[in-house]
Design a binder for this molecule. Structure first.
Ligand SMILES: NC(=O)c1ccc[n+]([C@@H]2O[C@H](COP(=O)([O-])OP(=O)(O)OC[C@H]3O[C@@H](n4cnc5c(N)ncnc54)[C@H](O)[C@@H]3O)[C@@H](O)[C@H]2O)c1
Length: 451
């Protein structure tokens, strides 16, 4: 990135333009209307070469996971594919040594001011989940396409509202479910479609992570169900393990030939800390068509399980470790890595250049995920697991809590499709069910065991 001026952000100089004065705002508007000389030259060179000019990208939410986006954008900026025209954050952007902020990138503390003055082509939104809808709506109205972090919104009502705003403005939203761009997932769904697993009888995911105390102390919305009167829903399924759920829904989409329509939901939710949401959850979704889906996940695991998607069929079983793209198909001796991930931002750029290129994670594809979140909003407070069941390991902010035996409980749930309360787990509580959810019988796993 030739025009980068280094990694150090100087408060008052790079923290944002003096957007509070009328004169400065007028100057900024003029500057935005007339592209910088370098930008002009690049656009002319691109036109001469017959390639689309670099898309003008703004990032809202520059810290936290936003730093990962800065690295992705930085590489595309260096390649001349995009120009990082603005960073927006209510806090000063932290240093990101591998993706220093380009010299002519504008810094703002308010996304509306940025939209008015910079008019980006693409806005990447990486702010806390409860802020997504208003920022996304404003960005689409300002004429930008979106890369919107997951969970895109927090209810089906919000989903409809955003879908409506996109339809009205003619803009598109790609949602930050990056694991959907994995070649390993495609290999799995192709195997399912080709009938290699026979009739699919169950789709499940199991993951066991650990989060230290510092994780819940890092931001005000961590572990909250509501903040400032707004739903936040920062539970294990909605946030850190959202990808596990979405991968299952993508497999179910391949099995059923279309988006999953959840007909009934059963869930057992637990927590090991005085948080408002679950850190340990077993969810079973019964779609209107197709096999049940079970997600058995924890942030209080004993042993680390990165995240497996287990597809059980009448003719065999497949396992995808979605964070590592390692895939085991029927007949394989061992899991093999299926390398290759299409980047969400690159895919969005390709779609903008040629709408025949489908988006990997368009908002519409995430509707079943949001439907699940919507149903879970009505679930009661998660059950607090007490001292006798939980071990503390480590000290200070890095202390983690682990539920004794939880890995085995979750593994069993994922393999058999049974909730902990159906498997005789001593600490399990009866599931909460949506009205439409009748108890679902665990799926048969005989053929899976024979693999
Ligand atoms: N795709 C993934 O794998 C992945 C991984 C981590 C987080 N996420 C998602 O990214 C989003 C952000 O998560 P995080 O953990 O980085 O959160 P965070 O709270 O650590 O960081 C969010 C940043 O946004 C800023 N911010 C908050 N409100 C703002 C506003 N109104 N305008 C501008 N800036 C604002 C904060 O100051 C902060 O710098 C969430 O939706 C989260 O679920 C996705």
């Amino acid at each position: 990135m030739s025009e980068r001026k280094g990694t150090f952000l100087t408060p008052g100089v790079e923290e944002g333009p003096p957007i509070n004065t009328v004169r400065a705002a007028a100057e900024d508007r003029r500057a935005a209307a007339a592209p910088a000389a370098g930008e002009d030259r690049r656009a002319a060179a691109a036109a001469a070469a017959g390639v689309a000019p670099a898309a003008r990208v703004a990032l809202v939410g520059a810290n936290g996971h936003g730093r990962w986006h800065r690295r992705v954008i930085g590489a595309l900026h260096d390649a001349g594919r995009v120009r990082l025209v603005a960073l927006v954050d209510t806090r000063p952007p932290e240093e990101e040594p591998t993706a220093p902020v380009p010299a002519d990138t504008r810094l703002f503390t308010d996304h509306r001011a940025m939209l008015a003055e910079v008019t980006p082509d693409v806005v990447v939104i990486c702010t806390p989940p409860h802020t997504h809808l208003p920022i996304a709506r404003d960005a689409a109205t300002a004429g930008a396409d979106l890369l919107l972090e997951k969970p895109p919104v927090l209810s089906s009502g919000e989903h409809e509202e955003l879908a409506g705003a996109l339809a009205t403005t003619g803009r598109v939203a790609q949602v930050g479910f990056q694991a959907l761009g994995s070649a390993a997932l495609t290999a799995l769904t192709e195997a399912v479609a080709a009938g290699r697993l026979g009739t699919v009888t169950g789709i499940a995911t199991v993951a066991a992570w650990q989060r230290p105390d510092a994780y819940y102390a890092r931001v005000p919305w961590a572990g909250r169900r509501f903040l400032d009167g707004r739903p936040v829903l920062d539970g294990a399924l909605a946030n850190p393990l959202a990808h596990a759920v979405m991968q299952c829904l993508a497999v179910a989409e391949a099995v059923g030939g279309g988006p999953v329509e959840p007909a009934g939901i059963e869930v057992e939710r637990y927590r090991v800390r005085p948080i408002e949401v679950d850190d340990t959850t077993v969810l079973r979704v019964r779609p209107r068509h197709g096999p049940p889906i079970v997600a058995a996940v924890t942030l209080a695991g004993e042993d680390f399980v990165a995240g497996e998607v287990i597809v059980t069929g009448s003719a065999g079983r497949a396992v995808l470790e979605y964070p590592t793209d390692r895939l085991l198909l029927p007949g394989d001796d061992a899991p093999r890595e299926v390398p290759g991930r299409r980047g969400l931002l690159e895919n969005l750029l390709a779609h903008r250049a040629d709408p025949r290129v489908p988006l990997i994670a368009p908002l519409a594809r995430t509707a079943p995920f949001t439907a699940v979140l919507t149903a879970l909003r009505a679930a009661p407070e998660p059950t607090l697991l007490g001292d006798g069941l939980v071990d503390a390991v480590g000290e200070g902010p890095q202390r983690v809590l682990r539920i004794r035996g939880v890995n085995e409980v979750l593994r069993r749930a994922a393999e058999r499709g049974a909730l902990p309360s159906e498997s005789g787990v001593g600490w399990a509580v009866p599931p909460w069910r949506t009205a439409a959810a009748a108890p679902t019988h665990p799926w048969r796993v005989d053929s899976a065991r024979a693999e």
